[in-house]
Each structure stands twice: as C-alpha cells, then as structure tokens.
Design a protein around this ligand. Structure first.
Ligand code: ZN
Ligand code: ZN
Ligand code: ZN
Length: 329
C-alpha cells in the first residue's frame, strides 16, 4: 500500500517541480532539468572582508557557518543514462566561483586530475557589481583559460566587458564570448528550459541590471538577487511575479529590516528589506507562491538558522534559500 501511494506521488512531485522542497546537495533529484543554489550571500560574502561581527567571527572559526556569494546553476541533463552528463549554466560569476564550480562536480563529466577548461556551458550575468561578475577573472589566462565560453548579458554589460580591462582581455583571447540579451526574449537551453532577462531597477553606475525568469516544463523560477525597494518600482512586484507565472521567487534579501542600519531611513536603502517583502507578498505566499530569500548581507540576522528572524520568516511561510538546494524545473 505504502509503495503504491509513493509511486502515485512521485509523478506529482515531479509535476510540481519539487517546488517547496529544499533538498541538500548530498541527495540531488533525478536527472531532470533543475536549478541548484550555489550561494545566498550579498556581494561581500560571509565572512565579509575586514569584519569582526559575530556572524563573520563565527564563519572564520567554523567553515559550516560560511556563505557563498549569491549564484545559481541551471543543470540540463543531456544523457538520461548518465547523471554526470549535463549542460551546466551559471547565473553570475562570483568571487566564490572556485568553490561554486566544485559544488557542481557531481553533475559535470569533467576531466580527472587536471583543469577543466570548459567548466560550464555558459554564464548569464545580472550586472557589474563585484559579487556578480568578477569571478569571470577565473576564465582568463591566469586561471582556467576557457575557450569561447558564452556569456549572456545586456548590451550595456557586454560593452563594459569589451571596453575595460581585465575583462576586455578575456574577450580578445576568446576565453569568453559575450552574447547580447534582449529584455523579454528567452534564450533556449534545451530540455524545454528557457532563460528570459527582464530589466529591474538597481544602482546603475556601470551597467543595467537583470532579473532572470527560468522556465522549465513544469516550474518557473524568478531569480533577482539585487533590486531597489518595491516603492521605487513602477510596476508592483506582485504583478511582475504573477505576470511571469512565477512558482518560485528567489529575491533580494540584503537586509532583514531597518534595525540593521541605525540612523538610515528607507529612502537611503537600496534594497527591499525582508519584512517589507513579506508584507508585500504575504497573500501570494499564502496562495502557494514559494518565496525564498537570497543575497543576505553579513549583518542580516536571518542568516542564522536559530535566529528569531529566521523563525519569523518560516512562521509566515517564507524561507531563507539554502546552499545546495535544488528546484526541479
Ligand atoms: Zn549584489
Ligand atoms: Zn560581518
Ligand atoms: Zn548590485
């Protein structure tokens, strides 16, 4: 009886794209297209350079308390018989890319005992702030020396890479190949998965900023590690998420609340605090939208699994994203 019930449930679980389940990296789901979370920290990571706050001190003492900079992998199986044979795409190339590529060993048919010069099938970049693209340096001559790795980005981001060193050298040596994204136009990755960029409001000193809508056969993931507070958007975020048919939203959660930033007002803060996001999306979350928080600053108390803030997030039906978790597409 029990196994029959399970057999009935399994297709249902896959039909749901395993949304809502936060699997550990130790037990990846079956070879279906999926997203794997490679990092959940803000650009400076945890521990943060030069910081001796309790979170950073604990992270220096215990590697289990470290968090990588926010990044996703999209895993597209290309051989049903071999779970190590996949096309793997990165969203953002972070300063933690060495560790994050290591987190993908089990889904890469990489050469044994030497450097893999084609570690990913491509990279999608959100924008040119240090946590999101500087890992590209490892694609260059001094490190992996890849060959024509496609790097999808906006026209402005592509111009930035072509124009300024050291990135221009990666382009000149054909280590990376910038490919222009057009907002709203999907890029097909195979297995029924597409990635669609949308422009979002965020500090734009060097480039504009994208969120990515990752659509699979059964699940749509909305990934937005950086954006302005919701009251500075022209379109309400709940309408944006609904308009994209979002099942799982991985959203900018740099700060938990203004308490973290004494003496500063909401108008000075460049990100939507978690408490505001929960208020804004509570009814969508109650109706089944799976909202998980990413891009947490080292000051964010919700990083601590035992904190009152993370418990409050869970009580309200939201979650802090977990590194290594997978979301079936
Ligand atoms: Zn960032
Ligand atoms: Zn710190
Ligand atoms: Zn940014």
């Amino acid at each position: 009886m029990r196994s029959a019930a399970l057999a009935l449930m399994m297709p249902l679980l896959f039909a749901l794209g395993c949304a809502g389940l936060q699997n550990s990296s130790a037990s990846p789901v079956a070879p279906t297209p999926r997203v794997r979370i490679l990092g959940i920290a803000q650009d400076g990571g945890v521990p943060h350079a030069g910081c001796s706050c309790d979170t950073c001190t604990a992270a220096h003492a215990d590697p289990a308390k470290r968090f990588h900079v926010a990044s996703l992998a999209i895993i597209i199986p290309t051989d049903d018989a071999d779970p190590r044979t996949n096309d793997v795409y990165l969203i953002d190339a972070t300063p933690d890319i060495t560790e994050q590529l290591h987190m993908l060993r089990d889904v890469r048919d990489a050469p044994e005992g030497r450097t893999d010069r084609a570690p990913v099938a491509g990279v999608f970049l959100t924008h040119a702030h240090m946590g999101h693209y500087t890992g590209l340096a490892h694609f260059g001559f001094e490190s992996m020396h890849t060959q024509t790795t496609p790097v999808w980005c906006t026209e402005r981001m592509g111009g930035f890479l072509r124009r300024f060193g050291p990135w221009s050298q990666l382009v000149e040596k054909n280590e990376i190949e910038p490919r222009t994204l057009t907002p709203g136009e999907p890029v097909e990755l195979g297995a029924g998965v597409t990635v669609t960029p949308i422009l979002v409001p965020h500090r734009a000193e060097f480039t504009d900023t994208c969120a990515f809508v990752i659509r699979g056969p059964s699940t749509t993931v909305f990934y937005m590690p950086d954006c302005n507070p919701w009251n500075r958007w022209t379109a309400p975020i709940d309408e944006v998420l609904a308009g994209e048919g979002t099942d799982v939203a991985l959203l900018d959660a740099t700060f938990y609340s203004l308490d973290e930033l004494p003496g500063r007002s909401l108008s000075e803060i460049g990100h939507p605090p978690i408490v505001t996001t929960m208020d804004t999306l509570q009814s969508m979350s109650d109706a089944g939208l799976d909202v998980r928080f990413v891009h947490l600053n080292h000051t964010n108390p919700a990083l601590d699994a035992g904190s009152a803030e993370q418990r409050e997030i869970e009580r309200r039906g939201f979650a802090v994203a977990r590194e290594g978790a997978e979301i079936g597409l």
